[in-house]
Every structure is written in C-alpha cells, then in structure tokens.
Design a binder for this molecule. Structure first.
Ligand SMILES: C[S@@+](CC[C@H](N)C(=O)[O-])C[C@H]1O[C@@H](n2cnc3c(N)ncnc32)[C@H](O)[C@@H]1O
Length: 227
C-alpha cells in the first residue's frame, strides 16, 4: 500500500498494454527523432555526461529507441568494451541498427527486443545501465520492479543513470496539462511525470548525483549506485 509521501502515491497509473506500447513505437520509429530530438537531446546528453561511461565497460541501455545514445555509449566504451540494449519495439531496433552501422560501431553493440521487466543478462554482469525517457512509461507498480532488475544485472558499485520527466516540485499548468492528456489520450501520451530520485532511493540505490532541468516539463537526471 502507498504511504502518503512515497514515490508512487501521487503518480498516475499507466493502463496501456505492452503490445499497445510495442505497436505505438513501431509506428513512430521512423519519425521519433523528428518529434522528440530537439527537446530531449540536451537532457539525454547530460544524463550520459553524469553517468561517465569509461573505456572497457559493459553498459546496458534500457529503451534505446532510435539509438542515438547507443552510438555515444559505444564510442565511450571503446573497442575493449561492450554495449547491450533492450527495447520492446522491432521498429526502433531497425532504426537503431542503421544508426549504429552508419557510425561504424555496430560490432560493439548487441540489441534485443523484449520487456525490460525481465532483463536477459546475468546477475552482476554489467558496469552501468542507462535509461532515458523510458522509466516513466512503466506502470507505477512496475517501476520498483524495473529498478530491481537493473540492480540485479549490475555488479556491486555499478551505476544506473536515469533521465525522466519529473513530478518533483511540479505544480505548473503545463505539467497538469500533460497529466490530463495522459489520462484522456493514453494511447497518444503514453508516459507521465514520476518521482525519479525518490523511486530510486526507495528501491535502495545510493544517489551519487541528482539534478532537475527544465525541458517543456521538469526532467530529473539521477545517477544511483548499487551498494
Ligand atoms: C520515449 S522512447 C525513448 C527512447 C530513447 N531512450 C530516447 O531517449 O530517445 C521510449 C522507448 O522505450 C521503449 N520501451 C517502452 N516500454 C518498454 C519496455 N517495457 N521494455 C523495453 N523497452 C520499452 C519504447 O519502445 C521506446 O523505444
């Protein structure tokens, strides 16, 4: 049960099924960059910067979308490292693979299609996990489960970097309009603001850095460490 001030008490539920989500992202995979790149790019860049992936590391991106961050992660880990990615949508996988080939880093990256609630990676096998604009797509009771899966696959001391639309301190009209749109047009506005840092703290992450930035809605950029 939610206590009045826990990270899930005021967060809207998500009722779209995984199949609906998969079809939605398949449909928009070729247009996603056009729709979102301008606003989301600086947030993702900051997320990658604070996660500070190093040469030789093994890194997973959850919900890689069109693959822009996969390219940057592949460059950061270098030839001695490895990047893994999981995403529900085959359409996104195709677009991401094209981007990786064009950047000549495809051999460092292994992509799968699947639900991040069940990560197909061994316990303690990764150094870092990155997730941008994806955690807020999971239904409220699923958020601690995804965070637990990320923790399971990380080694001790491994880092999780999350960039997500935030409800923290958010009383603005735009945020309310966003939540209203999510409630009334859930197939179009599939995500909603969440409490990122608080969710991670409640899931047992030690917070290494946390910042809030303004897109057209607030965004939290948080790095947690697996103790
Ligand atoms: C809003 S997009 C963000 C993509 C990318 N991270 C970015 O910042 O551009 C969310 C992505 O998460 C994927 N996704 C949604 N639910 C998922 C799930 N349960 N497991 C894995 N991927 C999921 C979608 O297919 C989509 O590619």
């Amino acid at each position: 049960m939610n206590t009045p001030n826990d990270a899930t008490s005021e967060v809207q539920r998500v009722f779209t099924t995984k199949e609906q989500t998969r079809k939605f992202y398949n449909k928009i995979s070729r247009y996603y960059d056009m729709l979102a790149e301008a606003s989301e790019h600086p947030m993702r860049e900051r997320g990658l910067q604070v996660l500070a992936v190093q040469p030789g590391e093994k890194v997973l991106e959850v919900g890689y979308g069109t693959g822009g961050c996969l390219v940057e992660l592949a460059r950061a880990v270098g030839p001695a490292g490895k990047v893994f990615g999981i995403d529900l949508s085959e359409g996104m996988r195709q677009v991401a693979e094209e981007k990786l080939r064009a950047a000549a880093v495809a051999e460092r990256v292994e992509l799968v299609c699947g639900d991040a609630l069940h990560l197909p990676y061994a316990e303690g096998s990764l150094d870092a996990v990155f997730m941008s604009f994806t955690l807020e797509l999971f239904d409220t009771p699923e958020i601690p489960r995804v965070l637990a899966e990320c923790k399971r696959v990380l080694r001790s001391g491994g880092r999780l970097g999350v960039v997500a639309v935030s409800k923290e301190g958010g009383e603005g009209v735009v945020l309310h309009l966003y939540e209203w749109s999510h409630e009334h047009f859930p197939n179009l506005v599939d995500c909603r603001p969440i409490f990122v840092q608080r969710s991670m703290e409640e899931a047992g992450w030690r917070i290494a850095s946390a910042e809030r930035k303004m897109m057209w809605v607030p965004v939290e950029i948080v790095v947690g460490i697996k103790a």
